[in-house]
Design a protein around this ligand. Sequence first.
Ligand code: PXP
Length: 258
Amino acid sequence: MLLGVNIDHIAVLREARKINDPNPLDALGICKLSGADQITIHLREDRRHIHDADAWRICEQSTLPVNLECAIDEDIIDIVCDMKPMRATLVPEKREEVTTEGGLDLEANFERIKKAVKKLHENEIEVSLFIDPDKKMIELSKELEVEWIELHTGTFANIYAMLYGNLANTHHTIKELELPRKELKKLLEKNIKEIKKAAKKANKLDLQVAAGHGLNYQNVTLISSIKQIEELNIGQSIIARSVFTGLEKAIKDMKELI
Ligand code: PXP
């Protein structure tokens, strides 16, 4: 299983002080030596974590392929075309969100996405669409002629955390998931089935399948065991663990698990 390490969270730490330390660029060599297969970053419209200068340097200097996540905003797509990462992953973006919440609505944004995909392809950048595990979204991905889809695992991760990660006892409690444990277990099973079904469908349509969001050392094998999924993009849990173990060990541990 391929591992894309999302290094945004290094920039999150830097932005807590608005200085130049820690520098996401310093992670590139460690990621490669530790067995990561790809560097993932998200150039947000408000640039609150990764700045243009980070993204430029990462695209120029990384010896691993770069997967640049971005919104379907024309200005951002133009910048991404200039930066020439190996892949652009189109994600929905709301300024007020803490992190990406849910997949792209390909139906509502079809024409805008089509235009963005065309432009990225003209610049020899492969495209991935971050979508919910939904039949319609997979069919539309095929119509949009992208190479990859990335299945959003955030709902799965939230349910898992409510059940086994003590999330129910923290201030992050997700109101919609205030269900008895028995119901949550059923919901988790259902969600995993949906992810499997979506991965199979995409695979049949010759789309390459990645997955990500909220994956961690506890829940990841439930997703990495789905054979149609080729790649996982993981950030928060790896960088969180690296505070205690160092980045090299955090990546190696994840790579071993998946
Ligand atoms: N994949 C996509 C498309 C994302 O937007 C994110 C979050 O930036 C991730 C993967 C990584 O999620 P996490 O940081 O929860 O591992």
